[in-house]
Write a protein that binds this ligand. Structure first.
Ligand code: NAD
Length: 494
């Protein structure tokens, strides 16, 4: 294990977790095969982690079920302290955690700083959630107290992706824990450390009672076992639409609630009266941040015909100014694509679209894992660059002749995660925004934005209508219970 030798590795010193999973009452050897973890830029092996098998999942879910009632009953002020301590631990170990995130996710320093900042925000938000009121007093009979209250769902199975592994796990497990649930977490096998074992260490150090959090690295089979295990009462899944569908199908016969946060192909609409220079700046950010490996990436730049060429040109100038390389060795704007399968996929979407008539204004190639920021002009609705979620640094430009056509293009396809509209007329842009089928919409901004207190969730094939964040957390992780109580015992006519 390379990082073990580095003195700056303290909080995540591998001797604490190497070959282990965080199941049952704490660290224990996983029964699944060992999983190698690679630096996404250099391909260097940086660690080996343990993985779970189906029996580990059953053991973990049983331990979580056992620990959950005690956790829910713990005084709110004490539970809040644990989230505050976890927030402090991220700050205290910031440099070490940043290093792991850069190497394991291939993120540039800016992305990693953002992820750590939003992770702390999630924990602070969860701290506040522990002291929220969770119900209402209902009208009732004299002498009777009638309460509508929100109670924890029990054990939440959390399954997460690799692109923002730390914050996307915290986005769901922090509010799930804060509302009194236990959690069984399975990170993506590409990021089992920053998406999983790091969280086990964090909550272990912060004083979360044993058993309340279980962390089980593993592959799809471990995910499937978590979904169907009778010990998990709900599933929170973040990942691709195709896997999300499988999770929904597995939950259906079990009548198990699932919250699905899935893929996107997000519309970025630039109207003819928009400031083209500003639009190209925001468009470059939305297209190229984290190599386009963001669910909120601007996937369709829908630009009015009169300014489309100027927009393409300005976006290309910005793309060409971006440096691409290994973020742990140099100061770059874009790091590597996560793996070879994904590189091949991005390249084939670009090549197939070009073969169908799209024009490469800049980019279109990769060297090793580093894909050059790419601007594709003259994209049409039949091309894969328009129909697919690319998940790479590619900005497809589609021309629209009217506001009506821009709305139609934005609403084409099954996704509905985020969207943005730009115009010098706020009311004109807002009128378009009101017609978009999208869970998140920004006027005069771009598609990539996240606040821990705002409800975030996709429509259509981007989710199943649930969301996380602020008020949505209570809906997601608790359920209604009606309860009455009175001092006198009742009698009835027969
Ligand atoms: P993925 O669907 O391949 O994997 C997600 C998780 O599901 C992983 O942990 C994986 O091991 C697990 N898994 C795979 N098969 C499973 C099965 N049959 N049962 C249960 N679990 C299973 O997605 P990914 O490649 O990790 O992430 C990229 C995708 O995630 C993109 O489509 C992106 O848009 C989406 N995403 C969405 C959001 C959002 O908030 N909507 C956020 C980030 C990423």
């Amino acid at each position: 294990v390379i990082l073990a030798a580095e003195s700056r590795t303290r909080f995540l010193a591998p001797q604490g977790w190497q070959g282990q999973i965080y199941a049952g009452e704490g660290w224990s050897p996983g029964a699944g095969p060992t999983l190698e973890v690679f630096d996404k830029s250099s391909g260097e092996r940086i660690a080996e982690v343990g993985t779970a098998d189906a029996a580990d999942v059953a053991r973990a879910a049983a331990a979580a079920s056992k620990a959950q009632p005690g956790w829910a009953a713990m005084p709110a002020g004490q539970r809040r302290e644990i989230f505050i301590r976890a927030t402090e631990l991220i700050a205290e170990n910031h440099d070490e955690l940043a290093e792991w995130l850069i190497r394991e996710t291939g993120g540039i320093r800016h992305k990693v700083e953002f992820e750590l900042f939003k992770s702390r925000e999630n924990l602070l938000q969860a701290a506040a959630t522990t002291t929220r009121s969770l119900g209402e007093i209902l009208p009732s009979h004299p002498g009777e107290l009638s309460l509508a209250r929100r109670v924890p769902r029990g054990v939440v199975g959390v399954i997460t992706p690799w692109n923002f592994p730390l914050v996307l796990a915290l986005r769901t497990l922090a509010p799930a824990l804060a509302t009194g649930n236990a959690v069984v977490l399975k990170p993506n096998p590409h990021t089992p450390i920053t998406g999983g074992l790091l969280l086990a260490r964090l909550f272990e150090e912060a004083g979360l009672p044993a058993g309340v959090l279980q962390v089980l690295p593993g592959d799809a089979e471990v995910g499937e076992a978590i979904v169907i295990d009778p010990g998990t009462s709900m599933i929170s899944f973040t990942g691709s639409t195709s896997v999300g569908r499988k999770v929904a199908v597995a939950c259906a016969p079990l009548l198990k609630k699932c919250v699905l946060e899935l893929g996107g192909n997000n519309a970025y609409i630039v109207l003819d009266d928009a400031d083209v220079d500003a639009a190209s700046s925001a468009g470059a950010w939305a297209a190229f941040l984290h190599q386009g490996q963001v669910c909120m990436t601007a996937g369709k730049h829908i630009v009015h015909r009169s300014i489309a060429d100027a927009y393409a040109e300005k976006l290309a100038v910005r793309a060409e100014a971006l440096r691409v390389g290994d973020p742990s060795r140099e100061d770059v704007h874009l790091g590597p694509i996560v793996n070879q399968t994904q590189i091949d996929r991005v390249q084939s979407i670009v090549d197939d679209s070009v073969a169908a008539g799209a024009v490469v204004v800049t980019g279109g190639r990769h060297e090793g894992p580093f894909f050059t920021p790419t601007v594709l002009h003259k994209v049409t609705t039949d091309m894969p660059a328009f129909t697919k979620e690319i998940f790479g640094p590619v900005a497809p430009i589609i021309v629209a002749d009217s506001d009506e056509e821009a709305v139609a293009l934005a609403n084409t396809g099954e996704y509905g995660l985020t969207a943005a509209v730009r115009s010098s007329s706020e009311s004109r842009a807002a009128a378009i925004a009101d017609r978009l089928r999208s869970g998140v919409i920004h006027v005069n901004d771009q598609t990539v934005a996240y606040e821990t207190w705002a409800p975030f969730g996709g429509m259509g094939a981007s989710g199943n209508g649930d969301a996380f964040g602020g008020p949505a957390d209570i809906d997601a992780f608790t359920e209604w219970q009606w309860t009455t109580r009175r001092a006198e015992q009742t009698t009835y006519p027969f």
